[in-house]
Design a protein around this ligand. Structure first.
Ligand code: FAD
Ligand code: SF4
Ligand code: SF4
Length: 479
């Protein structure tokens, strides 16, 4: 069947169609349509089946991409699903929100000269089809091991670990301070990138597999880590990073200047049917407002595009570097530009304008220029004297990135942290400085990606299994 492959020489790249801009500005539905089966097979057949597949090497999960592309091209979708789900806990989610241009697709060898294989879209298509066909069943174990594990955090890292450990036969208890499962996949990432039904569907499957979720359970003074450690043979910390980086300057405390995650969470909760007072009272709602978002990462892109959909009068994004140096995905910048967002590159806020006690009315910003590169190669930025300008703003959203909260709030001073507050783990075993307590995801890496959370969660789960089983073996030997 090899003749079905290598079609890149005659067939161009076709990504799934996007919904028209006027339509997608009006709602929060995903903007990419699904592949039609013939197009998915044709696009998969563009793969040249490389002996050394750089796509897989640059996928954090080392997905066996050429194999599932070939199976898709041959119409063997159930087998394609088996291969793709063997290395990825949530392929339908990664297919939607991985920054493929920086990972698998950006390293596809046919990218040079021809455009890359549309790997992410095919991965999404395979798993969406598997759900439609009923091929995906709860990951129940063949036999129960009679031991339990505790997982703190129901984001991608915690869930990936929970899935692996449950399949191995552990009683798995996941604790999360939120009232829903998914972490940033449920309350951070907007519906137009990842429809919430997709996350809720996984939650249901995991419950059916026997995973127990303790929601509204915050690990801290009332429920310290030590209590969980006593309850379970091993514990995983996968609590992510939530402390928003802040900004200074005159007027920064004015009402109407809000943190990005509060804004996105209010929007996502409203979309899920919750009544959110800060949304209904207008304080976290962009409708009828001039909105300025500060930052250049994916969070900033999610805020500007949410504001468009909420019916803002104008939406501007201030970023202190240029487009080439922004950390956000280029695909999302393009989507935002199409939807009418104004990007003001090389600009930073100087002051926030408004009467004391009244809401913000504007942002005074200054133009920046790129300076010398630091040892990492990143250029510094410096303000251009006399270049100040003012933007009207009724809502200013701060999207400057996230840092870890203080992990010592979990009540164990033995937990070692790095200089930037992330949890220190042994690089191979994923164990923290507290015996039997492991950690994975953003709380170890710093703000990262869903796909890296999945990878770390899966690896940490394997290490927890080894730890518990070797402890059990030692105990038996001692008896
Ligand atoms: P999280 O997803 O943050 O989950 C941590 C969980 O721990 C949460 O549910 C939290 O409630 C819980 N928790 C925290 N503290 C406690 C406690 N003390 N007790 C109990 N529970 C606790 N990545 C991509 O790959 N693609 C994207 O498009 C993308 N877009 C993003 C957009 C936004 C707005 C943001 C903020 C991030 C985005 N990311 C994206 C990054 C991605 O969401 C994160 O890297 C990923 O979710 C990290 O997974 P995690 O499991 O480590 O943590
Ligand atoms: Fe690409 Fe992400 Fe899928 Fe890996 S998981 S193949 S990086 S889309
Ligand atoms: Fe196929 Fe591109 Fe991967 Fe090569 S690098 S195996 S062409 S997807």
């Amino acid at each position: 069947m090899a003749d079905r492959m290598l079609q890149f020489v005659r067939l161009g790249q076709q990504t799934p169609d996007k919904r028209a801009v006027p339509e997608r500005r009006q709602d929060f539905d995903e903007i990419y349509k699904s592949f039609e089966p013939p197009r998915a097979a044709a696009q998969a057949s563009r793969c040249s089946q490389c002996g050394v597949p750089f796509c897989s090497i640059h996928c954090p999960l080392s997905n066996n991409i050429p194999d599932w592309l070939k199976l898709t091209a041959e119409g063997r979708l159930q087998e394609a699903y088996e291969v793709s789900s063997a290395t990825n806990t949530f392929p339908e989610i990664c297919g939607r929100i991985c920054p493929q241009d920086r990972l698998c697709e950006g390293n596809c060898v046919i990218e040079r000269g021809f455009e890359s294989v549309t790997i992410g879209a095919v991965e999404r298509y395979i798993t969406d089809t598997a759900f439609e066909m009923g091929w995906i069943t709860p990951g129940r174990p063949r036999k129960e091991l009679g031991q339990s594990v505790g997982i703190i955090g129901a984001g991608p890292a915690g869930l990936a670990a929970a899935d692996i450990l449950r399949r191995l036969g552990y009683a798995v208890h996941v604790y999360d301070r939120y009232d829903r499962v998914g972490g940033l996949m449920i309350y951070g990432i907007p519906n137009f990138k990842l429809e919430k039904e997709i996350v809720l569907r996984r939650w249901k499957l995991m419950e059916e597999a026997g995973i127990v979720f303790h929601l509204g359970a915050e690990i801290g003074p009332a429920l310290p880590l030590a209590t969980l450690r006593e309850r379970h043979a091993s514990v995983l910390i996968a609590t992510g990073v939530y402390k928003a980086r802040d900004i200074g300057g005159p007027g920064v405390g004015l009402p109407g200047i809000v943190p990005a995650l509060s804004y996105l969470t209010a929007s996502n909760r409203t979309g899920l049917g919750d009544t959110v007072e800060s949304f209904t009272d207008g304080s976290l709602n962009a409708a009828g407002k001039n909105v300025v978002v500060i930052g250049g990462g994916d969070t900033a892109m999610d805020c500007v595009r949410t504001a468009v959909r909420q019916g803002a009068i104008s939406v501007s994004c201030l970023y202190r570097r240029d487009k080439a140096n922004m950390p956000g995905s280029m695909r999302e910048v393009k989507n935002a530009e199409e939807e009418g967002v104004q990007f003001i590159w090389l600009s930073a806020p100087e002051a926030f304008l408004g009467e004391t006690g009244a809401s913000v009315t504007g942002v005074r910003a200054v133009r920046m220029r790129l300076g010398m590169a630091d040892p990492s190669g990143r250029q510094s930025v410096e303000p251009i004297e006399g270049s100040s300008f003012t933007l009207p703003a009724d809502l200013v959203i701060k999207a400057l990135g996230f840092e870890p909260e203080d992990v010592h709030a979990f009540g164990d001073k033995r937990l070692e942290v790095s200089r930037n507050g992330t949890l220190k783990v042994h690089h191979k075993s994923f164990m923290t400085s507290v015996p039997g307590v492991f950690a994975a995801g953003d709380i170890v890496r710093g703000a990262s990606l869903v796909v890296w959370g999945i990878r770390d969660g899966r690896d940490a789960a394997a290490q927890m299994h080894e730890f518990i089983q070797s402890n059990a073996a030692t105990q038996i030997a001692a008896e």
